[in-house]
Unconditional design. Sequence first.
Length: 334
Amino acid sequence: MVERLESAFRSTRYALQLVLEDVARVAPGWLVAGVVVHLLHQVIRTRGWFNIIRAAYPDATALRARDVTSAYLAGTGLNSVVPARGGDLAKLYLIRRRAPEARWSTLAATFLPETFFETVVGVGLVVWAISQGFLPVPVAPSEIPAVDVSLLMRHPVLSTVGGVLAAASCLVLVRLLRARTRDLGARLRQGVVILGRPRDFVCGVVTWQLLGRLVRLASLACFMAAFALPVTVATVALVMAAQGGGRIIPIAPASAGLRIAMLTYGFVAVTGEAVDIAQLTAFSFGVGATLTAAGFAIAIAILGREVGAGSPLAITARLHERLDAAAPVTSRAP
């Protein structure tokens, strides 16, 4: 967590340095509007997750839509600074405080239908970016990395024996785990039960997430206006595609470079005008740092209210204590 905070601090300092050097001029009004509209997008999107959880637990009447929104905002804010998506655990913890009958595994399974539509849209945007030449992909056999299989060719017997042993080990492992995972499978299926109700999924999840995507486009437009970038439907879609394309490489510096490269070539293609790469760098790092700071502040406020602590360290300690106390109970539950 400390390393992620330091990385966010370095990004913020770099973005501020670019702004102070007059590489990019920021309009504070548009920047604030972008943050507000971004938060509105998250609030709208969480309505779909609320419907997914209620489909899995129709008797959890004590769980309200605003409870799910608070859990989502807190977890998303933590994910920006906590490694390995540790904020998702905070989401589940806050949901279980309002719906104690919910199982951890079932709630975790609800992430699948919650991200399904977003994943489809993200892949579609990346495909569009690839079709426009904004993402570097192999176009000739010589550009595809070669795989060295000479060892397998020189030792076919050894390769065959290794393959048989690996297959036998997997078979034994599956048989050992089958009985133990039978109940787990039922709980996981309960979490994705809404996928078996296409009408409920479309009306209760997709419509909210589609509306959230449209609001997110408006948020990106505000951020682009704040950094004096050309705002059109095509350029806003390009920025959204760049954000999705950057996630292909989960290493922060590489993904950031990929986003900036996409924007550098993409703006020329869709507007016919070149945009200074330093300006795009300031935009990318500036928006990321702004949303990280806002999300983390909101997460601390929500979690502090829930656990009765004020500082991040005290909140972390309280969460560890309560999660450790809850673990034996959940393991004994039928």
